[in-house]
Structure formats: structure tokens, C-alpha cells
Design a protein around this ligand. Structure first.
Ligand SMILES: NC(=O)c1ccc[n+]([C@@H]2O[C@H](COP(=O)([O-])OP(=O)(O)OC[C@H]3O[C@@H](n4cnc5c(N)ncnc54)[C@H](OP(=O)(O)O)[C@@H]3O)[C@@H](O)[C@H]2O)c1
Length: 313
């Protein structure tokens, strides 16, 4: 596993990070807690140190599982969670009011069973609250020692600039993968120039970039991943399949899994500190962690980019 310094923080994060959205059991269909605990332990045993979670994943469920998993292992973990969105019945509400942030962090610390969080991130911007109010509250809470470093997620450059002018922001968590490359235009260059570490999310496109779906999948009850990762309908589905043939060819050359090629491509992009990857079980966590052990050659990275441009235009 390779490790990278996260932006201007002193956090050294594994190039593959473990995401826990699916462990909330509210968006990806059901799963079993024992399997999730094993996945987290296997990830840690194979060099992953960054675990990313959020209160909204299963309305606290994912944080509780992470808390259970890291008991006795706290010093092995760079613990990242978020604030700013929560569930009210079936609706997701954005709320970065100072009172809500206070309530959220106290609840997260309790569920995670820790005294402090390493990376506390704004999950989504809240247009209903002046950014200054939210950030001043976060600065205050940081001074109390409840978290070490501040990050943001789903921010554009204007929002990053505004936030950074009020508080020290060390990282951005954007949607970025071989299939989701919008940040390459403005956001990524700005982050590189300003030493903001990037934690990419959706690195496997919700699983499609493993190549395991040979036909368009029918997801089970409660599994809504295709609402978020919009790669499972034509014309995108067909294009992804074309790209997967190129990725498989490269994977076969190295006797690796397609996901290893995808994750290596991701972490080898300039500015990426960690590629966050969700895992539902031990085998997935181990496989994903092993992707942090090797790298593609420059001409292979180029071949992937050329194929991407030919297929997606
Ligand atoms: N900040 C944000 O707004 C935001 C948004 C989305 C995600 N995130 C974070 O980023 C993390 C990663 O993204 P994600 O979990 O949404 O998507 P992802 O990493 O692209 O896909 C994860 C899913 O792919 C499948 N998978 C993973 N490894 C595999 C392997 N080796 N072989 C076969 N299948 C495998 C698993 O689902 P199945 O086994 O069920 O197929 C797993 O749940 C999240 O968990 C979360 O922490 C943040």
C-alpha cells in the first residue's frame, strides 16, 4: 500500500480508502453486520488506514458499524466522517446551521465511540446557511479538539475558495472515477495548485467498473445504486462495456482483476490522495486494498485515456 500526505494536514492516508455508504443498509439493499465488520478488519489488515463514513449512511448505522470495528484499533485508523445532510423521513435535508453541526458532531462521536475525528467533512453545501456561519462553528468545534482537520465534499471551485478564505480546508471529496471526470477541468487543477488533498468517491462506479455485471443487472429490493451511479442504462451501459474490454485486456496482461486496473488508474491521477472504494465483504476489501500495491505504466495510463476519449467522446 502506498500512503500520501493529505493536503496541508499531517495525515498520511492510504491510496485506497474504505467507503461505508453501502454499510448503512438504506440505499444499497440489505447486508450483514458481521460481513461489514470483517470487511473493515480485512481492509485494515491489508494496509488501508482511511475509513470514510457519514451520519446519513443508514441514519447512523454505518457510523455505528465503523465504531464497533475500530474498537481497540483507533490508532491504526484515519477516521473520516461528515456533517451537513440528514434524513427526515424519506427526505434528505441539507442543513449546515451551527446548531445542527453541533448536534451532528456530538452524535457522530457517540456512534463512532471515539473522542475525536481525524477528518471532518462538509458533505454537501447548504445554500440555506451562510458559509461563514457554518465554518465559524466548525473552527470553534475544532478548537475544542473534537476533530483534527476539516474537509469538504461536492464543492465547486467558487465554494472551495470561499471556504478556504474562512477556515483551513485540507481536502475535497468529489465524485471522480474513470467514468466521472468533470473535476479534471477546473476543480482538480485548483486543488493541486492550492494543496487540497482529493478523496475520490465512486471509484468503481458503484461496482460496474469491476466488470462483474455481464448483463444489465436487476438490483434487488432496496438497492438504488443505479439512481446515483447512472451507468446502468443505454447508451452509457454499452459504452462502459466497450471500455471494460480494454481494461480487461490490460488486466489480463498483468494477471490482475479489472478493478485493480481501474483503481490504479484512479490513484495515479495527479492530485488524488485516496480512491475511496466501498466493500460489502472481506473478499472485496482485500482485493481493493491489493490494488494499492502496484501501478500501471505511463503508456498503459495513456492507452486507457485514449480508449475513454474514443468511446465517450
Ligand atoms: N461525499 C459523497 O457525496 C459521497 C457519495 C458517494 C460515495 N461516497 C463515499 O465514497 C465511497 C465509495 O463509493 P461507493 O461505495 O458509493 O461506490 P464504489 O466504491 O464505486 O462501489 C462500491 C460497490 O462496488 C462493489 N464492489 C466493491 N469492491 C468490489 C470488488 N472488489 N469486486 C466486486 N464488487 C465490488 C460493492 O457492491 P456490490 O457487492 O453490492 O456490487 C460495493 O459496495 C462510499 O462508500 C462513501 O464512503 C461519498
Amino acid at each position: 500500500m502506498r500512503y500520501n500526505k493529505l493536503g496541508k494536514s499531517d495525515l498520511n492516508v492510504s491510496s485506497i480508502g474504505l467507503g461505508t455508504w453501502a454499510m448503512g443498509n438504506d440505499f444499497w439493499g440489505p447486508g450483514d453486520e458481521r460481513g461489514y465488520l470483517k470487511a473493515i478488519h480485512a481492509g485494515l489488515d491489508h494496509g488501508i488506514n482511511l475509513i470514510d463514513t457519514a451520519p446519513v449512511y443508514g441514519d447512523g448505522n454505518a457510523e455505528k458499524i465503523v465504531g464497533k470495528a475500530i474498537k481497540g484499533k483507533r490508532d491504526q485508523v484515519v477516521l473520516a466522517t461528515k456533517t451537513g445532510i440528514h434524513r427526515e423521513n424519506d427526505t434528505i435535508v441539507r442543513d449546515l446551521s451551527p446548531a445542527r453541526i453541533r448536534k451532528e458532531i456530538e452524535a457522530s462521536l457517540k456512534r463512532l465511540e471515539v473522542d475525536f475525528i481525524d477528518l471532518y467533512q462538509i458533505h454537501w453545501p447548504d445554500p440555506g446557511t451562510p458559509m461563514e456561519d457554518s465554518l465559524n462553528q466548525l473552527v470553534k468545534i475544532r478548537k475544542e479538539g473534537k476533530f483534527r482537520f476539516l474537509g469538504v465534499s461536492n464543492f465547486n471551485v467558487a465554494q472551495l475558495k470561499e471556504a478556504s478564505s474562512i477556515a483551513p480546508v485540507v481536502s475535497l471529496q468529489p465524485h471522480f472515477s474513470l467514468l466521472e471526470r468533470d473535476i479534471e477541468k477546473e476543480i482538480m487543477p485548483w486543488c493541486i495548485e492550492n494543496e487540497i488533498g482529493i478523496l475520490s468517491y465512486g471509484s468503481l462506479g458503484g461496482g460496474i467498473l469491476t466488470g462483474k455485471f455481464k448483463e444489465k443487472p436487476e438490483f434487488g429490493e432496496g438497492d438504488h445504486r443505479d439512481k446515483f451511479y447512472k451507468y446502468f442504462e443505454e447508451p452509457v451501459w454499452g459504452k462502459v462495456q466497450q471500455l471494460l474490454t480494454v481494461l480487461k485486456d490490460l488486466a489480463d496482461t498483468h494477471n490482475k482483476a479489472i478493478s485493480h486496473v481501474v483503481l490504479s488508474w484512479t490513484v495515479q491521477q495527479a492530485g488524488i490522495s485516496t480512491a475511496l472504494v466501498g466493500a460489502r465483504n472481506e473478499a472485496q476489501a482485500i482485493s481493493n486494498a491489493l490494488a494499492g500495491d502496484w501501478q500501471l505504466a505511463q503508456q498503459e495510463l495513456k492507452r486507457i485515456d485514449v480508449a475513454y476519449r474514443e468511446i465517450f467522446g
